[in-house]
Design a protein around this ligand. Structure first.
Ligand SMILES: [Zn+2]
Length: 82
């Protein structure tokens, strides 16, 4: 958790590994994690990406608007995400 700024958005196969390394796996399985954008409960089925926003690790679901929001965030890193 020390190198939070070095965590980049990842997809698919890397997600379980990253979840484990961030110690988020238990929370995810317990249904404690929510999508950063739409607040949907994140599961392994709808988890789309893990990325750092404002030095905080957030999870994003695979909803269309949320995926678009990531793209937007990627091209406008200073844009407010709230
Ligand atoms: Zn979402």
């Amino acid at each position: 958790m020390d190198d939070i700024k070095n965590v980049e958005a990842v997809h698919d196969d890397d997600l379980p590994t990253l979840l484990k390394s961030l110690e988020l796996e238990d929370d995810l399985q317990a249904g404690k994690l929510n999508c950063h954008f739409c607040k949907t409960t994140i599961t392994m089925d709808n988890l789309y990406a893990i990325l750092p926003i404002n030095n905080k690790i957030v999870l994003v679901c695979d909803g269309k608007e949320c995926v678009n929001a990531i793209m937007e965030y990627g091209t406008n890193p200073n844009k407010s995400t709230t």
